[in-house]
Design a protein around this ligand. Sequence first.
Ligand SMILES: C[S@@+](CC[C@H](N)C(=O)[O-])C[C@H]1O[C@@H](n2cnc3c(N)ncnc32)[C@H](O)[C@@H]1O
Length: 305
Amino acid sequence: MPSSSHTLKIKRRKFPKSEARVISSINVKKTTDRLVSSFSIIYNHNEQIVRENLCYNMSMTKVNEERVQEIFNSISSDYDKMNAIISFKQHDLWRAKTMKRMGDLTGLSILDLCCGTGDWTFDLSESVGPSGKVIGLDFSENMLEIAKAKLKEEAKKNIEFLQGNAMALPFENESFDVVTIGYGLRNTPDYLTVLKEIFRVLKPGGRVVCIETSHPTLPIYKQAFELYFKNVMPFFGKVFAKSLKEYQWLQKSAEDFPDAKTLEELFRKAGFVAVDYQKHGGGAIASHFATKSKKPKSNIRIGKK
Ligand SMILES: C[S@@+](CC[C@H](N)C(=O)[O-])C[C@H]1O[C@@H](n2cnc3c(N)ncnc32)[C@H](O)[C@@H]1O
């Protein structure tokens, strides 16, 4: 069992001086301490399991694509159920809000990148209607298996599921009106490469929409969220899907992912204009919207070099 001094160390690490200054009122500190102690039991439990699993030879920050593929292949059968549990069933609402902002999609051709088990792909197929087309692309065979089984049941004619890598898309330039990517970008080894690939396959005037985990900034909520995501979420993964390591990795990928503002800049760097974002769940999730300009970039330089 971890000692009480170990627990104290954890508490200190959770609240560095800079953050403590922000949380100024004594009442706020008391509430935060109460939150910490209620979560610390789960935290210590998880820490112990992590120490027991030191043979877990995957770097938690930089993992290769093969490992990511393995992770999603292994959690595919419980993925939909776990999504609902982890998000307290809010994920459908966040997607619905994002789609509302996308407006009328009738007749459009859409690529749903990192489509997984296809929930967003199916919603998009409803929105584009019979005159539109949606391709769901993912590199995990097992996630796609589930998506394809749903397709068989729903018999949608305007959906196609394909296996492929978001880092090197198997499509011609300017193939799609819209590209969506839901909780996929943070799992890829190079976000900018993926965004540039999305830019390449979009038609001029086309749009990209990305839903991803993000970072709440509000004191207390931020700490509570971090505690939940770091400790409770992997614990749920262990209990409900027997996949502690996989859900620990998913947590780590979310922790390392840029905040909404930084991600906005990355979209610009990839060439997009009109970049904007919408936060959900107190900033725990963000939907980014961006456009590929209709005008080709001019090669003419104005003024001195
Ligand atoms: C968290 S799931 C999201 C699934 C789905 N979009 C959703 O909203 O539920 C992430 C998916 O991204 C896929 N993925 C990760 N990296 C990928 C890559 N480089 N190319 C294609 N798919 C990838 C995984 O296989 C997994 O199915």
